[in-house]
Design a protein around this ligand. Sequence first.
Ligand code: NAP
Ligand code: ZN
Ligand code: ZN
Length: 350
Amino acid sequence: MTSVTATAYAAPAGSTPLERTTIPRRDLREHDVLIEIAYSGICHSDIHQVREEWGPARFPMVPGHEIAGVVTATGPGVSRYAVGDRVGVGCFVDSCRECVNCLAGEEQYCLRGETPTYNGVANDGEPTLGGYSTHIVVDENYVLRIPEGLGLDVAAPLLCAGITLYSPLVNWGAGPGKKVAVIGMGGLGHMGVKIAHALGAEVTVLSQSLRKQDDAVKFGADHYHATSDPQTFKDLAGTFDLIINTVSANLDVDAYLGLLTLDGTLVFVGVPDSPDAFRAFSLIGSRRSLAGSKIGGIRQTQEMLDFCAEHGFGAEVEVISPDEINAAYDRVTASDVRYRFVIDIAQLRD
Ligand code: NAP
Ligand code: ZN
Ligand code: ZN
């Protein structure tokens, strides 16, 4: 069967700059597809893991779980995809397929642990290596179809940033008559604004400054407030049915809980590296909930891709060449990204 040596960008060790290298991709098994990657998004989670902010990681690490490309070969048993299909791969490439969560289509909550696209170990014991590479081999059951009309560059970030916001927005009922706020307008947050608006909710952005206000309005925000202004928390007390927190730093959780209505929910999707604190009174006073949400299952990820295509939007991207990855990491950590860096993987094939 087809076996491929891919060109990739890898971090040789924790917190080291990424550099060009080659990696093997496995021979195609019965249900595998070989994907020639066109674009790979840079998620803040890539940076957390390269810098070992979530604990010890596996190196060399090829990050990347926002993958868009084209199928170039298929295993003998593949029925869902054919050569030439436009496809995507998100944050996981396998799961047990048997537990109650896998059977419910919530593979991201697999009770035996889903196989992450990188910084993990596959069932065959081999380390998983992600999308900053020219090719990847993935079981067809963990591959998504990218609808016609969505460019592969603007589709790539949907595979993590898009689904990470779509899932809680749908789960907590964002729609007409609901007031939704998004904290932080980076890669995840800007997708939250677009998706919540398309779902029909009234959308507010809570950003550190007023710098991104014009963009937020273009993405569909109805309101925009700077969290650096203490007046924001007074003016908006008790306002929102749902707040999604995309920030990877510790926030004043009580202050944000105070912005929820009776029965409102604050959902964490951002992952600070140290624990947050809050007072029970902030929940009890208005029967509020504090929750978390992790990406989305395969079925819902396909639903999200189709939803974005129907509504005619992808991510706002800044396409970079592979040799700009390290500089892009610094810009993401400085909140200087509008709104997702996407690596032009074709340049790795030169
Ligand atoms: P990002 O592009 O860096 O966006 C984060 C945004 O948070 C920034 O653009 C900034 O927006 C705001 N922010 C940054 N530092 C802040 C601070 N000190 N105080 C207040 N706000 C701050 O990152 P991302 O790729 O969207 O990822 C966000 C987080 O979600 C990361 O922790 C990532 O690991 C996590 N994540 C979780 C999941 C999941 O399944 N739950 C999936 C993917 C990623 P403003 O300039 O507008 O304030
Ligand atoms: Zn991600
Ligand atoms: Zn499972």
